[in-house]
Design a protein around this ligand. Structure first.
Ligand SMILES: C[S@@+](CC[C@H](N)C(=O)[O-])C[C@H]1O[C@@H](n2cnc3c(N)ncnc32)[C@H](O)[C@@H]1O
Length: 259
């Protein structure tokens, strides 16, 4: 399916809380003239990172079969899922893909489009797809901001999952957080009316920002008074279980598109 190598948005390692990048401070959602110099502040940084031989091997063998190359054109989602028309859930930043696989296996009636930039993570999810023969996942290895802006049709998604996005805890890096008003406006416009946006974080300060940003978006309405209980379809990750054991909180937010 994917006939191109990982795109300019691909990264070797997940971002950490530090960056030497100095990109222009424009908002998400604007056109990109040069992919090497995006017009929005990226929520990740490029780094060389560890990738296992198994993940590298999966990238070489399986990327073409299960991924879709980024192109600045609307995606034919049904064609991407081998002709299967089904509600489509977009997951942004799936990390190693453990949650993606579990949810896709437990919801066989939905199509899951996972977007991630991190090579080892994409390799890991490809391995999982092969091992469990889960048929309803496709991957785009690129900056999700550009994927949503350029490839996802307005009013089309049944849901969006953003689980534990990079918290960028230092105040001077908050501008790199994914959940910001311009990107949420763009994302809400891609949801079908009634579609949902589900975010989760273990950073209280980011949870508060998410609640403010999502509540202020006119296309979205909260399904709870503020934070929502974790729904059964979102499995608790190992990382989350450890955090909970250490007394960290976890906050889920589930909003629906109203019109
Ligand atoms: C902290 S990890 C969380 C991973 C996973 N969702 C989980 O719960 O374990 C955040 C992930 O988002 C990815 N990411 C950050 N910004 C992104 C973007 N703009 N487009 C695609 N992936 C992104 C990172 O590479 C990283 O793997």
């Amino acid at each position: 399916m994917n006939t191109q190598p990982p795109s300019a948005g691909a990264a070797d390692q997940p971002p950490a809380d530090d960056t030497t990048s100095s990109q222009a401070p424009e908002a998400h959602g604007e056109a990109t003239a040069d992919p090497a110099h995006p017009s929005h502040i990226r929520s990740f940084v490029h780094r060389r990172g560890h990738i296992t031989q198994g993940q590298r091997d999966a990238l070489e063998r399986l990327l073409e079969q299960w991924s879709i190359a980024y192109t600045p054109r609307l995606l034919d989602v049904t064609a991407a899922f081998a002709g299967r028309a089904a509600p489509t859930i977009l997951e942004i930043g799936f990390g190693m893909g453990e949650t993606t696989e579990k949810i896709a296996l437990s919801r066989p009636g939905d199509n899951f489009l996972g977007v991630e930039v991190f090579n080892a993570g994409v390799g890991s999810l490809l391995k999982r797809i092969e091992a469990s023969a889960v048929p309803n996942i496709r991957i785009i290895q690129h900056d999700a901001v550009e994927v949503v802006r350029d490839m996802i049709a307005p009013d089309s998604l049944a849901g969006v999952h953003i689980y534990f996005p990079d918290p960028w805890p230092k105040k001077r890096h908050h501008k790199r957080r994914l959940v910001q008003p311009p990107f949420i406006k763009l994302l809400a416009s891609r949801l079908a009316p009634g579609g949902y946006l589900h975010c989760a974080t273990d950073w209280e300060n980011y949870a508060q920002q998410m609640l403010e940003v999502l509540s202020a978006e006119p296309l979205l309405a909260n399904t709870a008074k503020d934070y929502a209980p974790r729904p059964d379809y979102r499995p608790q990750t190992k990382f989350e279980t450890r955090g909970l054991r250490l007394g960290h909180g976890v906050w889920d937010l589930i909003f629906k598109r109203v019109a």
